[in-house]
Structures are given as structure tokens and as C-alpha cells.
Design a protein. Structure first.
Length: 210
């Protein structure tokens, strides 16, 4: 007798819209914002997280993510050590989570070493970027080719399963980063992540469930 496994895919398309009249109050209801302020961005359909000291989050309320695909458009800036923007997932709280983030100021750097630090995976709190760079150089951060414009919007698609995390940028067929997850916790929080300020739009989460 054959056993049939059915895979259910829940597709949640989250449109972040400022042109539709979405107010700051509406954004505050949609997100739990930590160590930042959130506001409609200057580009239609975008939101902005302000700059502040330390990491900041905009966790998506009433949203859980374990495995699946995350797609989003992100814009940082070409400011040396001044633009760290990405997505946090598998969050248990504001200190225990995984993240894929980008350093736009390194995208087209003339320094070959800096270019290899364009996209980064971390698993906080035990595996920050410094520990990973020192102990596993070139494994958890990679360049992006072709390199995006550091001052323009770029598209990121992040696929997450129990064995691997892959990051595709601007529709490239080959991933810019492939890593094995360093942790396997029960966290399901997902949201925007930054260590500076930044802009996000067109966020779509596809959660794969067995």
C-alpha cells in the first residue's frame, strides 16, 4: 500500500504600501518594531526603518515561518560601514534568530576582499559575523555577481529548508550564497532586519508545510 504525502503550501503575499494611504499607525499594527522607527518609504509601496545604535527589527505580527521561500526588494546605500540590511527568520526573541543580510557598500568595492563580504548569514547569538569570518573565512559570506548597484533596489530570494539556506539576487540562476544552517531551534518569528537604516518592499513569504 502506498502512502501519499501531501504538501501544503501557504502563500502569504505581504504588500507594503505607502501610496494606498497606509499610516504609521497601520504599520505599527502590522509589525512589532524593535530599536527603530518604521514609516512609509519615499518609493511607492515601500517602508523605511530608521537608523539607530545596534540591531533593529520589524517582526511581522501574526506570521510564522519555518521553511519555504522569502522574496523581497531591499535598498541600502553606498556608505562604507553604513548600510546593513536584510531579513531575520527563525526568531525566538530579539537575540536568538537567523539572518541573511547584505552590505551594499561592498557590492562594487574596488577592494577584492571587501567584495567577498557582500551577503552574510548569521545565527545569533552564538554565530555572529565576526566569529564566522574568523573561524570559517569565506564560508558564510560571499560576493554577488553580477554586483548590484549599491544605491538602487535589488531583489533577494532566500530559500530555507532543514539542510540548506540559499540566497539568489536579482533573478540570477545561481545562488550567491549557500550555507548549512548552524542552528535548529523552534523559532518561527520573521521580519525585517537592519544594523543601520534601510528600505524594503514587495515582501512575499511562501511557507512550505508537510
Amino acid at each position: 500500500m502506498k502512502t501519499l504525502f501531501c504538501f501544503f503550501t501557504a502563500i502569504i503575499s505581504l504588500t507594503i504600501s505607502s501610496c494606498s494611504g497606509q499610516s504609521n499607525d497601520a504599520l505599527q499594527k502590522k509589525y512589532t518594531v524593535v530599536n527603530r522607527t518604521i514609516s512609509p518609504g519615499t518609493d511607492p509601496g515601500s517602508i523605511h526603518l530608521s537608523d539607530a545604535e545596534g540591531e533593529g527589527f520589524a517582526w511581522i505580527n501574526n506570521e510564522k515561518f519555518t521553511y519555504g521561500t522569502i522574496e523581497v526588494d531591499i535598498k541600502g546605500k553606498d556608505k562604507l560601514q553604513g548600510s546593513f540590511v536584510g531579513i531575520a527568520f527563525h526568531g525566538m526573541n530579539n537575540s536568538t534568530y537567523e539572518s541573511i543580510y547584505f552590505r551594499p557598500f561592498n557590492f562594487r568595492s574596488d577592494d577584492p576582499l571587501r567584495k567577498t563580504h557582500a551577503v552574510q548569514y548569521i545565527a545569533s547569538p552564538d554565530y555572529g559575523w565576526e566569529k564566522l569570518r574568523q573561524e570559517y573565512p569565506g564560508k558564510y559570506e560571499q560576493p554577488i555577481s553580477p554586483a548590484p548597484d549599491p544605491n538602487a533596489w535589488f531583489h533577494a530570494r532566500i530559500t530555507v529548508d532543514s539542510k540548506s539556506i540559499k540566497v539568489y539576487v536579482n533573478g540570477n540562476a545561481a545562488p550567491s550564497l549557500v550555507v548549512d544552517p548552524l542552528v535548529h531551534n523552534d523559532g518561527t518569528m520573521i521580519g525585517l532586519w537592519t544594523d543601520t537604516d534601510g528600505d524594503w518592499k514587495n515582501l512575499k513569504i511562501v511557507s512550505a508545510k508537510k
